[in-house]
Design a protein. Structure first.
Lengths: 204, 141
């Protein structure tokens, strides 16, 4: 395989892995990497193997671009789906990302759960609601789409359950989104550790 | 057998700490590199290596530049170069200059604060390095 075809193969892999961006953004990135390879070939005695090794596998390189742009978009987006995707990608890079991802999962599940209950109330009015009554710990609160088997429990809120759940669900989604946007701005995206090579490996 | 292992683990932790420290200041270093004017990717890599001893995997710099551009801290432009092929040059935007200044100030403040704290450590290290009798590790153990 000639050098040109190896470079083209690498760039084709990179292009294929650069998802979630416009065609212009993708081609701009591919062109920049092509020029980098050309510059390095003409400029130093390094072999093509060394140059491609320096760039890293095309999939990993594309992953760094995708992650950076995804987190950047998520900082300004209100789409839970986009924010969740960014948090998931961030979770793979370290503890900070992992914590942020779990905040996203818990917050959105809570918000989604409340909204689901608001929708279920008119469909299953007898089984969806908030009940209060005596329980194992003298007092019990049951909330959700549950069979009501204990007659001692009595429902509170009634049809107000729907707007209350709708408001709580919306607040949970908004608060989670705002918190995640804040965290993504506060803890800036960082380069994966493995890709920072040290000039002087040891302090000793 | 335990001591060499302990020293190896200690050295490994130091390497990680140094890598983390370098990683943390990478963005500031990239912005500072562009302070005097526009540069293209490979020039930025070489400037980082020459001026700050930050040696990055070559594939690392481009996603960082792309992200800084998306954040509005850099702007880029393709320029037809004498080399016979175009180069993508990056330069700081106003927001990028502001960020670079803020980071440089914070860095200086932070390192000055730590300077007085670590001064006794450095004094001890300098003193023991002049001591030809025993090695520093012997003195520490």
């Amino acid at each position: 395989m000639t050098n040109d075809s190896r470079v083209n193969d690498y760039l084709a892999q990179l292009r294929g892995a650069l998802t979630g961006m416009t065609l212009a953004e993708r081609e701009d990135i591919v062109e920049e990497i092509r020029m980098h390879i050309r510059e390095r070939i003409g400029d130093s005695p390094a072999s093509l193997d060394e140059i491609l090794a320096g760039l890293g596998p095309a999939e990993e390189l594309a992953g760094q671009y995708r992650t950076g742009l995804l987190v950047q978009k998520a900082r300004h987006s209100i789409s839970p789906l986009l924010i969740l995707r960014a948090a998931l990608r961030w979770a793979l890079t370290g503890v900070e990302g992992f914590v942020v991802f779990w905040i996203a999962v818990v917050g959105y599940l809570m918000g989604g759960g409340f909204l689901l209950l608001a929708l279920l109330k008119p469909i299953f009015p007898q089984r969806t609601g908030l009940w209060i009554g005596p329980g194992d710990f003298e007092f019990t609160i049951r909330m959700g789409a549950l069979p009501v088997s204990t007659p001692a429990l009595h429902e509170v809120l009634g049809w107000w359950f729907m707007p209350v759940c709708a408001v709580l669900g919306s607040l949970a989604l908004i608060a989670t989104t705002k918190l995640l946007q804040f965290l993504m701005k506060r803890f800036r995206w960082r380069t994966p550790l493995a890709q920072v090579m040290l000039a002087h490996a040891s302090l000793w | 057998m335990a001591k060499p292992l302990a020293i190896a683990v200690e050295a490994d932790s130091s390497d990680k700490w140094e890598a983390q420290m370098r990683k943390g200041c990478l963005e500031m270093a990239v912005l500072a590199t562009l302070w005097h004017g526009k540069l293209y990717g490979l020039e930025i890599l070489r400037a980082l290596e020459r001026d700050s001893q930050l040696i990055l995997a070559e594939g690392t710099i481009y996603p960082i530049l792309n992200r800084l551009r998306a954040e509005g801290l850099l702007q880029s432009q393709w320029v037809e170069a004498e080399a016979g092929h175009p180069r993508k040059y990056y330069e700081l935007t106003g927001a990028g200059r502001e960020r670079a200044i803020r980071m440089a100030e914070m860095w200086t403040e932070f390192s000055a604060g730590l300077g007085s704290l670590i001064e006794p450590v450095l004094k001890w290290a300098r003193k023991t390095s002049r001591d030809n009798g025993r090695s520093r590790k012997e003195l520490l153990l």
